[in-house]
Design a protein. Sequence first.
Length: 232
Amino acid sequence: MLTLLVFPPAMGLKSPSPFSMKAIALMQMSGLDYKIKAGDPRKAPKKKLPVLIDGDRQIPDSSHIQAYLENEKNIDFDGTLSTEQKAIAQSFRSLCEDHLYWVGVYVRWVENADYAKQEFFGSVPKLMKNFIFNMVQKQVKQSLHGQGMGRHTAKEVHDFGATDIAAIANYLGDKDYFFGDNPTSIDAVIFASLINNIVPKVTYSTAGSASSYPNLVAYCDRFIERFDIPQV
Ligand SMILES: N[C@@H](CCC(=O)N[C@@H](CS)C(=O)NCC(=O)O)C(=O)O
């Protein structure tokens, strides 16, 4: 039996991490038997989640999990895609994981810190909760600064997010999935990014959050229904 270690439910999501949600989406798309368990990033091989466990093998990183499912379990996520579509998918993957992701990190950990504190550490006694949150928030802010997103003003960060989301909405248009009728691995990425933007109660102050695009909301609903994505 395969086990997927993810960040536990918070912010109204089965997992508040886009990478964990992407791995859940890939597992659901694969049709393989597996279970979801809360993981501890401190114990993970690369100190990040998700991690897939298969017997005594541990596969960290959502993209390596996808490759493992393709190579070891014969799941063909992208067989219908042309070389050109694969190139487009790779650039949208990067948009979601290397750019829009950091907008979300900023919005949650800098702008909506009280909400994040309550959602992520709600069960921890107050003094300890403040201590742990401040420690983690400091690390997150260092990461934001190192990556660069944290050096921008709030408005600039929101504008980046709005531009990314508009690009996704415009490319999707009225298609059912990113490349038409057949869902592929990029849909797991896009779905996981959007749902992490739509469901948490955080405000993106400029126009352009995913929930303001009817095609993106319908896309997420369609994906949840088709792949029976577990809700909280
Ligand atoms: N490239 C990794 C990124 C995973 C990642 O960044 N996970 C974050 C949560 S969204 C994490 O585990 N953070 C814990 C930490 O940095 O301590 C993947 O695709 O799985």
